[in-house]
Design a protein around this ligand. Structure first.
Ligand code: DGT
Ligand code: CA
Ligand code: CA
Ligand code: ZN
Length: 580
């Protein structure tokens, strides 16, 4: 057992002791030991034969030494096993719910002998939590909300985290002899806003025989950061990496690589619909091939393209594979020409050192130019965002002058002067109209009072949309992925007025926002509202994040025509003044 596993047992024991109502000194001793062992440079297993050395580790006394000896001798810790018998391992999941501490869990246990998430949720829905001592209806509602949040968030990761993990795996495998292709599949390839587990497909000679795959898997196990192997088969390995992400790697023969790509890219709903179509046409579609039903002969499998073609469909880009009408559209040759990153001519939401950015106007301009953009905009914060050192009227005007000067000096990129102005609680904007009028573009954003009622928030946003200086609404729903829900408002009503007023909606590409989301973007398009894809960069390195925005735009079926910052500079400037 490695240090990580030992620490895990000790942490769990501490949690279970707490649920059991044991004294805090004892609980603390398990946590301290777990922390010490986690941080140890050498393996505790190597020290066990020399108990003196173990006792030298700060946080480990005689009692804990005995525990460790027991773990190594018996492969288990009896305190831990007994507690798990008394309660249930599902109790440990309950601890991850916000607002559910060991005391409450113990209380629920003693009243109902319930220890799992579903059970607690059921009790709360039946009103059985509120009647417990020190509880109440409000507490119960909060608990239900926390369970819901936990379900949605638990075990999911932001797109950029999944992508960088995929890159590490690619880097690790790239030079392994016989590996020819390594490709992420699953939700990452579809560009979903968050990723559950990471699916990676590998092919080449290294995957041709059992013996070769075995060797390749041996190499994969040495991936830096791999914490725990979950399952290992002859053409698949699942493991967990530091930070908790699960990765499924599959090794595939080259002649079925396309079928595997198609299958493991998903989505499940798309695959089910596609398989039904195949059956109707006399084929069977699997992760190995598209084959004839009558004689089982494979007719396609090497590439995805040939599979879709055999099914008499245009090629369906991964971002559209959600069973949202893409199969019918592909049959009718009616798939949209999805926007591409190279269509974008500028990025028009970025901050500088004048407020909470890390770089100067000139540095941001240089970076944007290196990105190949024809134009950009500096859009610093307004004064309501005090912690960001937001601009008041006077500073905003001085800043505009600086931006204009930088624009005159710059060669090859046009720098628009803009601002990201706060939409105050009452819907008015945080800078004077006379100042806003001097800007080339105004992004109006909500950064405060997120808890207004849906009706208030709708009015607030409508008022901002109706301000003649507003060019677009920034990160329109305010959500922070895996952290904070969108504020509540009537999206339809706001989009309707935005279409009339020709006010654009931002697609904030930052991977923890992706706001508007794919669903709302599609709705915006139906309403005739145009989109601007921005990074909201606070550093030159953030400009790269634009690709996550492009992915979401593609998932929403958007084309170049739906996105204003594909326009040349002059036309774009007019669009920011409600002329598109
Ligand atoms: P995630 O991991 O929750 O972000 O979402 P996915 O889409 O990556 O889902 P995952 O990892 O469970 O499976 C990867 C792909 O494999 C999925 O998109 C479609 C395919 N797949 C998995 N299970 C099934 C299944 O039971 N039936 C079919 N048709 N396809 C499946
Ligand atoms: Ca997955
Ligand atoms: Ca998976
Ligand atoms: Zn903002």
């Amino acid at each position: 057992m490695d240090n990580k596993a030992i620490a895990g047992i000790l942490y769990e024991t501490a949690d279970l002791l707490e649920i059991d109502g044991q004294d805090s000194f004892r609980i603390r001793s398990y946590r301290n030991a777990a922390e010490a062992i986690e941080a140890l440079p050498q393996q505790i297993a190597d020290l066990i034969p020399e108990p003196k050395k173990v006792l030298e580790i700060p946080g480990i006394g005689k009692g804990m030494l005995a525990n460790l000896q027991e773990i190594f001798k018996e492969g288990r810790l009896s305190v831990h096993a007994d507690l798990l018998k008394k309660y249930h391992s599902s109790m440990l999941d309950l601890l991850k719910i916000q607002g559910l501490g060991p005391k409450t869990i113990a209380l629920i246990w003693s009243a109902y002998q319930v220890s799992d998430l579903e059970g607690v949720e059921k009790l709360a829905r039946e009103g059985k939590i509120r009647i417990l001592p020190r509880m109440g209806e409000k507490h119960e509602q909060k608990l239900l909300k926390a369970i819901e949040d936990y379900r949605r968030i638990a075990g999911r990761f932001l797109l950029d985290a999944a992508e960088s993990q995929a890159e590490k795996i690619i880097e690790h495998l790239r030079h392994f002899p016989g590996v020819e292709k390594i490709t992420p599949a699953g939700s990452l390839r579809r560009g979903r806003e968050t990723v559950g587990d990471l699916d990676v497909l590998v092919t080449g000679k290294a995957c041709a025989s059992d013996a070769q795959r075995e060797k390749c898997i041996e190499h994969i196990v040495k991936l830096p950061g791999l914490m725990e192997v979950i399952a290992r088969g002859d053409n698949k390995i699942s493991f967990r990496v530091r930070g908790g992400m699960q990765v499924d790697v599959r090794l595939l023969a080259p002649n079925s690589f396309g079928a595997a790509m198609q299958y493991f890219t998903g989505s499940k709903a798309h695959n089910v619909a596609l398989r039904q179509r195949a059956l109707k046409m006399g084929y069977t579609l699997s992760e190995y091939s598209l084959a004839r039903l009558d004689n089982e002969k494979a007719v396609a499998g090497k590439t995805e393209e040939e599979i879709y073609a055999k099914l008499k469909l245009d090629y369906i880009p991964p971002e559209l594979r959600e069973n949202q009408g893409e199969i019918d559209a592909a049959e009718e040759h009616a798939l949209p020409a999805l926007i591409e990153q190279s269509d974008l001519q500028g990025d028009v939401h970025m901050h500088t050192v004048e407020t909470d950015g890390r770089n100067t106007i000139e540095e941001m301009a240089e970076a944007a130019q290196a990105h190949g953009y024809k134009y950009m905009a500096i859009t610093d914060h307004s004064k309501n965002l005090a912690f960001a050192n937001g601009l008041d009227d006077k500073r905003a005007q001085e800043h505009v002058k600086r931006i204009r000067k930088a624009n005159e000096k710059s060669d090859g990129i046009r720098i628009f002067a803009g601002v990201e102005v706060d939409i105050l609680a009452d819907g008015t904007l945080d800078l004077s109209d006379s100042v806003l009028e001097q800007m080339d573009l105004v992004i109006a954003s909500v950064h405060s009072h997120f808890n207004q009622s849906a009706a208030e928030m709708t009015d607030r946003l409508l008022k901002a949309v109706e301000n003649p200086n507003t060019s677009m609404i920034g990160h329109p729903t305010g959500r922070l992925l895996l952290r904070r829900d969108a504020y509540q408002f009537d999206v339809d009503a706001v989009l309707k007025v935005a279409a009339q007023r020709k006010v654009a909606m931002e697609l904030n590409a930052y991977p923890d926002r992706l706001d508007l989301c794919d669903r709302h973007l599609r709705l915006a398009k139906q309403h005739g509202v145009k989109i601007v894809i921005n990074t909201d960069s606070h550093h030159t390195s953030h400009l790269d994040k634009i690709r996550y925005g492009v992915l979401q735009a593609r998932r929403a079926w958007l084309t170049k025509q739906d996105v204003l910052n594909t326009l040349p500079a002059e036309k774009f400037a007019k669009a920011m003044r409600h002329a598109w």
